[in-house]
Ligand binder design. Structure first.
Ligand SMILES: [Zn+2]
Length: 266
């Protein structure tokens, strides 16, 4: 066990602590020396060492060895680090949201049984009405601002939005009240962004696209008249088809919605 003998020069103790996310609470092991932030092996969030709960020294050499081996082996086999879509915040990852979203378009919760029930069977229409979320605005917890896949965007928006964000900050008495947050770049980024701005999660990408499609169809004549100087009448069929959650663009055409869809969503 020479590996684990303590040395005077470096702190070779192994500590353990609990992930501070109340929905995670995984027990994490890390060397006392050199780890300022620790990536949670369970939820994937990175936490400052000082924000972990119940930090204590691990003295059982078997537990220490087990965890050193585990970390080393996981490193060797190249088990991928959690991607942004798998990082769980309060128990929910972007991947969960992506899978749940189509269900939420058609189902709601029956208040009596707590179970999922078709919206239609509860007299709430064929699909979820996104305008019900219209008065919502998401407020991020300061602790989550730096959380990968959930907090501040790292894809470059801080650079290209720099001047705009500075203006917004100035208007708020130099307080940072608005930040660009992460959304997944999976072809649904526009509706993910709207969903996150409303409820903080990428839960409504599917319903937003379905609602948008229906909105264009129902008000097509008005849209045609409003945008007649900018959009050729023949283009509307494509615009409506592009709203579909399952839309796949032809070869070579980039995936994603465009400016006219922003008007529709608004
Ligand atoms: Zn965790």
């Amino acid at each position: 066990m020479s590996l684990l003998q303590s040395s005077k020069k470096k702190d070779k103790r192994v500590l353990s602590g609990t992930c501070p996310d109340p929905k995670c609470q995984a027990r994490l092991f890390f060397p006392a020396h050199g780890s300022v932030s620790i990536e949670c092996t369970e939820c994937g969030q990175r936490h400052e060492q000082r924000s972990l709960l119940n930090v204590e020294e691990v003295t059982d050499p078997d537990v220490v060895l087990h965890n050193l081996l585990r970390n080393a082996l996981l490193g060797v086999t190249g088990a991928p680090k959690k991607g942004t879509e798998l990082v769980k915040v309060m128990g929910l990852s972007n991947y969960h949201c992506k899978l749940l979203s189509p269900v939420l378009t058609r189902y709601g919760m029956d208040k009596q049984t707590g179970k999922a029930k078709l919206l239609r069977d509860m007299n709430q229409g064929e699909m979820f009405d996104c305008s019900l979320l219209g008065d919502r605005a998401f407020l991020i917890e300061p602790d989550h601002v730096s959380t990968m896949g959930y907090g501040k965007d790292r894809s470059g928006s801080l650079i290209y939005l720099h001047d705009t964000l500075e203006e917004v900050k100035k208007a708020n008495g130099n307080r940072e009240c608005l930040i660009p947050v992460h959304v997944d770049g999976d072809g649904h980024c526009l509706v993910h962004a709207v969903s996150r701005a409303l409820v903080g999660r990428e839960l409504f990408w599917h319903a937003l696209r379905e609602n948008l499609k229906q909105n264009f169809k129902q008000n097509l004549d008005r849209y045609k008249a409003l945008f007649q100087d900018f959009i050729d009448a023949a283009e509307w069929e494509d615009i409506i088809n592009e709203c579909d959650p399952l839309f796949i663009p032809p070869e070579g055409v980039p995936l994603g919605l465009r400016n006219i869809h922003i008007f529709g969503l608004a």
